[in-house]
Design a protein around this ligand. Structure first.
Ligand code: 5GP
Length: 193
């Protein structure tokens, strides 16, 4: 997605060879117009599928997911990282090892928001080693719903998550795929448009 890649080159900050900071349009301050375009691009890429629900993770997956939910007129559910007051029995839970925070969190989704009739599009801001996506997949599998695919705003293609998910047979659509970030130089995968 050219608009997104241009913005990454303009405002993205490679903090190291592995971590990209995009807090001016995605992870802290949000560019709503860009998120709208991101939502449209996800819908375009999955337009051959039926989607009844979007599932993401708080907090940075919410903005792009809401844009998809708004345009398709379907609900958006986000996995919660904090303990809620809800009884454990009412929740699907899974473990996520956070790449950026280097800690394990439990994510939870209320059972009432996912059912086996749902066809779920999973969306997240970044794909690194696939921990977050795998936890969301685990939650959907517990509910018996179908996984339509995984939509990622920024995939760091030099990390293992994309390969792991694609090898498992999941359809992964990443709007920007980064090949490397040596010396602050962000390079995209060349087969990307
Ligand atoms: P994974 O679970 O695939 O290893 O990592 C994806 C999650 O970690 C995303 O939900 C995202 O919040 C965070 N993450 C991973 N890599 C980066 C990065 O380079 N920059 C930012 N801002 N977040 C990242």
């Amino acid at each position: 997605m050219k608009l997104l890649k241009d913005r990454i080159l303009k405002d993205g900050n490679a903090l190291s060879e592995n971590v990209l900071k995009v807090d001016s349009f995605l992870n802290h301050q949000i560019d709503a117009k860009l998120m709208k375009a991101v939502g449209e691009e996800f819908i375009e890429r999955f337009n051959d599928t039926e989607i009844t629900k979007v599932l993401t993770l708080e907090s940075s997956g919410i903005a792009p997911s809401v844009m998809v939910g708004l345009q398709l007129d379907i609900p958006v559910v986000f996995g919660r990282k904090r303990q809620s007051l809800t009884l454990k029995d009412d929740l699907y839970t899974s473990q996520v090892f956070s790449f950026t925070k280097q800690e394990t969190n439990t994510i939870a989704v209320a059972r009432k928001f996912l059912s086996k009739e749902d066809k779920v599009l999973i969306i997240d801001d970044f794909l690194a080693n696939g921990e977050a996506a795998n936890a969301l997949i685990d939650v959907v599998n517990q509910s018996g719903a179908e996984i339509v695919g995984v939509g990622i705003v920024i995939e760091k293609a030099f990390q293992s998550g994309g390969k792991i998910l694609r090898d498992k047979g999941y359809r992964v659509e990443s709007l920007a795929r980064i090949e490397s970030m040596y010396n602050g130089n962000i390079k995209f995968v060349s087969d990307d448009e």
